[in-house]
Design a protein around this ligand. Sequence first.
Ligand code: NAD
Ligand code: WQD
Length: 341
Amino acid sequence: MKKNCVLVSGGAGYIGSHTAVELITAGFDVVIADNLSNSDMSGVEGVRRITGVDVPFVNVDCCDREAFAEVFRRYDFDSVIHFAAYKAVGESVADPMKYYRNNLTSFMNVIDLMREYGRSNIVFSSSATVYGEADELPVTEQTPRKPATSAYGNTKQMCEDILRDSVAAYSSLKGIALRYFNPVGAHPSALIGELPRGVPQNLVPYITQTAAGIRECLSIFGDDYPTEDGSCLRDYIDIVDLAKAHVAAISRMVEQKNKERYEVFNVGTGRAVSVFELVRTFERVNDLKLNYKVAPRRAGDVVAVWADTTLANEELGWQAERPLDETMRSAWAWEKYVRKL
Ligand code: NAD
Ligand code: WQD
């Protein structure tokens, strides 16, 4: 089995494409599997252009067990990073079965196939959403998870549990769940980035689309929260830094440096940033004025969440490095590239 080959499921998407680049840069071979349900081939082509490597791509639905098994037969990877999932929180509340079916089935297929074909290491894309409105801040990996308020959030909790139980029961498997905070920005080349379909639900793509004139005005959801400036606090993690955390997680398992066979790490910066601060940073570093207004609070938003990253810093030897200024510059450079501005 090739220890340095990684299957990246959902690798045509936002986080997967950036991770593929960092894996290749670190010397891993990569195979991308994706059904392009929330992406197109531009992500894969971007990875190929940035790295100069003709990365193999398989168009496959991870929920289709037989078709997915073919990827395991054809490629000689020992590790999987599983990004393939739907991620729109609001849609998951409106159509929970769509989320349970896709996110759980694809993940269970990965685990089954890894066992069947003797593959060892898996990284699962989890989320800070598992903490909900936390009782203590910043949150550590020991901070209790809160009952999920969306089907999407529930799939993250359920997949974490499936991974924990599978690793405990099947000695051939090792797993790491990475809990991402708020991934933002784009690759410095501006050849890959976030490509939301329709109206963006997340803050940074809404900002960049407003700056590009695609959206008229950014609504800031609430200025009366119990925070210094009244807007919510989040931990915005640069996408390249986040991608590098995956390289560290895979390397840890390949090199057998993991302390437990199942581990969980927060992946954030450790810094709380308000919505107003993020908007101001975007305006300053890109030298433009954004059209925005204060709007009512958005249902379901937590007031504040940011990461204690001590564990990832010490155990993965990883830490967020790219300054927020650069991240917000990269977000705008990507939007301009996509819109040909
Ligand atoms: P994305 O939508 O850009 O990427 C996900 C990719 O998976 C897409 O290319 C999509 O086509 C593919 N996919 C979905 N279902 C599939 C299936 N059944 N078979 C094959 N491919 C499938 O999303 P992203 O932002 O890159 O997120 C990647 C992962 O990280 C997801 O699991 C997401 O839940 C998780 N995550 C994202 C964030 C975030 O804010 N972006 C935060 C925390 C966790
Ligand atoms: C950030 C802040 C909004 C849009 C979501 C998911 C979470 C995770 C990351 C996957 C909040 C405010 C936003 C806008 C605004 N995804 N905002 N105007 O809600 O922290 O997390 O994405 O796991 O599960 O819930 O991110 O980018 O939507 O919002 O004022 O138009 O920006 O209220 O305070 P969020 P976000």
